[in-house]
Design a protein around this ligand. Structure first.
Ligand SMILES: [Zn+2]
Length: 299
């Protein structure tokens, strides 16, 4: 038997004997690449909030479209896993649908839109509204992993700042923001301190989702494919947004607004302008949760 046939057979056996299009191994990446990503994940879990460099692999999609998250998902996925992919909270957006199709093509795992049914959830820009459990992993796609980039363009210098926990310029940046706008104006990528040590970029989630990272049951993995960094927040880890005693962190306020479809008044809402009537309507950004509530109300 030729080597490539043997390798393919070996991978087919691991994945339950089914062959995949193009003869790709289960999970697309070869076993060595997957092992490397898993080692990096272990290091990231051991040093919460620390960005671990890794050899980001080429994926069949362009960097900047979620390749960091995809590599994490594919490195740890097993045939029994159930996957959910969301983009800005939505299961049906083009990016989420294409990533799902790709994961399905190279693994044959089950796909779901139900947060509770998923074992691995890959996401861009949102954390699901429903609380996640210790049996689940949330994989976040990260465009810019460096929280200090706003205040320092040099990679060498930001690494020194992290190593020495020299975060004075970050605090000064927030102070100047308050002087200019009367409050901290950062809406997405709100910087947090992880486990009392590293300042970390939680990826472009809204402030609404930041408290969900604190002392959670779930493992959070962050993958930046283009920037070649992986970092993590293990379960039961302190995650504190940067704030001043007299200018405390706060989440977005939707006042008395509620979802025009399912009626939820306790979710992160997207504002949609009805082009015909010109009305401003609000809908849950988490489409899976909205679907679930909607079907419960109507049956
Ligand atoms: Zn809704």
């Amino acid at each position: 038997m030729l080597l490539h046939e043997w390798l393919q057979k070996d991978n087919e056996q691991k994945a339950g004997g089914e062959s995949r299009p193009g003869g790709y191994p289960f999970g697309f990446m070869d076993e060595g690449a997957k092992r490397e990503v898993r080692r990096i994940i272990l290091k990231a879990v051991a040093i919460p909030g620390y960005q671990v460099p890794y050899g980001s692999r080429e994926m069949p999609i362009a960097r900047g479209w979620g390749t960091g998250g995809i590599q994490i998902t594919l490195a740890m996925i097993l045939p029994a896993d159930v996957i959910k992919v969301i983009d800005q909270g939505c299961d049906g957006s083009v990016n989420a649908v294409n990533i799902k199709k790709f994961i399905r093509a190279v693994t044959d795992v089950e796909i779901t839109t139900d947060t509770r049914a998923a074992t691995v959830i890959q996401t861009r820009h949102r954390i699901p509204e429903e609380p996640m459990t210790a049996d689940q992993i949330l994989v976040l796609q990260v465009p810019y992993p460096e929280a200090l980039r706003e205040v320092e363009p040099s990679e060498m210098e930001t690494r020194r700042m992290h190593a020495e926990a020299d975060y004075s310029r970050m605090w000064l940046f927030l102070y100047e923001d308050i002087v200019k706008y009367g409050e901290i104006s950062i809406s997405y990528r709100y910087p947090v301190t992880v486990n009392g040590r590293y300042i970390m970029d939680p990826s472009p989630i809204p402030r609404w989702d930041v408290p969900k990272l604190h002392m959670a049951e779930t493992l959070f993995l962050f993958g930046a494919g283009r920037e070649k960094r992986i970092y993590a927040i293990p379960p039961h880890t302190r995650v504190e947004p940067l704030e001043f005693e007299d200018h405390l962190f706060r989440v977005e306020s939707f006042d008395d607004k509620s979802c025009a479809r399912c009626g939820a008044g306790d979710t992160f809402l997207d504002e949609i302008i009805d082009s015909a009537a010109g009305d401003r309507l609000h809908y849950c950004s988490d489409s899976g949760y909205c679907d679930k509530r909607y079907s419960q109300c109507n049956h």
